[in-house]
Write a protein that binds this ligand. Structure first.
Ligand SMILES: Nc1ncnc2c1ncn2[C@@H]1O[C@H](COP(=O)(O)OP(=O)(O)O)[C@@H](O)[C@H]1O
Ligand SMILES: [Mg+2]
Length: 244
């Protein structure tokens, strides 16, 4: 299956924002793209039951119709690491169920973006980590990282761990750069990260105060990702019937 697993250096770094922005742009280019958020913690209660805010955000921004049960098979309420959220709610996370949902989405779509939870070493169940799920799905990873001080360390650690587990890291995306307030760290980080990790920085997404994934506000995310990503660095499926 073609696609990417979107992981990050931490929770709250912009995985959902980047996922939604990329899928919306691919959809606009005529690519049949699907998304998945295998385990959502911090799920919200609605009239439809427990909903994954991350999946809902990406589905809405991109205009994708798959059912919540498939896109996010485990929707847990506590805003904690998946393993702990599952233990607290008496949920047994069945990896076969996640795999079945993923296979069905792969059958429906030509390209998949899967959003992790937290970072790459977050436990899902027992000793099974997010990295194990990336391996199970056999997708290359994209790492979303913060722009400022501290991100070199977090990003290099994430890349090194991914490599040690045999995960191909296809690129790093720096999210939330405030050009006006950017200091020396923000300016030197992309080059430093690319040089020391050997992984290309394939995008820098600016800060936009209008974006809020919790309340479903996309702001200018679609345009910012369109101009912020080096699309030639993303391997896309061969388009049917032309397109851009
Ligand atoms: N480019 C951005 N500009 C402004 N705010 C952002 C941006 N990216 C993320 N945020 C803020 O950070 C919050 C967390 O981002 P999100 O994508 O949900 O992170 P993650 O999925 O990694 O946990 C968003 O709700 C939004 O408020
Ligand atoms: Mg998210």
């Amino acid at each position: 299956m073609q696609g990417y697993f979107i992981t990050g250096t931490d929770t709250g770094v912009g995985k959902t924002v980047v996922t939604a922005g990329i899928v919306a742009n691919l959809k606009q280019r005529g690519i049949n793209v699907g998304i998945m958020k295998p385990v959502q913690t911090g799920s919200t209660t609605t009239r439809q039951g427990l909903v994954s805010p991350d999946a809902l955000f990406a589905l809405t921004v991109a205009g994708i119709m798959d059912e919540m049960e498939l896109v996010s098979p485990y929707r847990l309420k506590p805003p904690l690491a998946p393993r702990i959220a599952a233990e607290l709610t008496g949920t047994a996370i069945d990896l076969a169920k996640i795999n079945r949902a993923y296979r069905e989405l792969c059958r429906r779509h030509d390209f998949m973006l899967v959003e992790g939870a937290g970072g790459i070493m977050v436990p899902i169940t027992g000793r099974f980590l997010m990295a194990d799920l990336i391996k199970a799905f056999n997708l290359p990873a994209l790492i979303v990282a913060r722009p400022g001080l501290g991100t070199v360390n977090h990003t290099l650690l994430t890349v090194e761990y991914a490599k040690s587990r045999g995960i191909h890291v296809a690129g790093i995306i720096i999210n939330g750069l405030n050009e006006k307030e950017a200091g020396t760290a923000e300016k030197t980080n992309p080059g430093l990260i690319a040089e020391l990790s050997g992984v290309p920085v394939i995008g820098i997404i600016p800060y936009d105060a209008g974006i809020d994934t919790d309340t479903g506000k996309p702001g200018r995310i679609v345009q910012l990702v369109e101009t912020g990503i080096k699309w030639e660095m993303i391997s896309l499926p061969n388009r049917r019937g032309g397109g851009r």
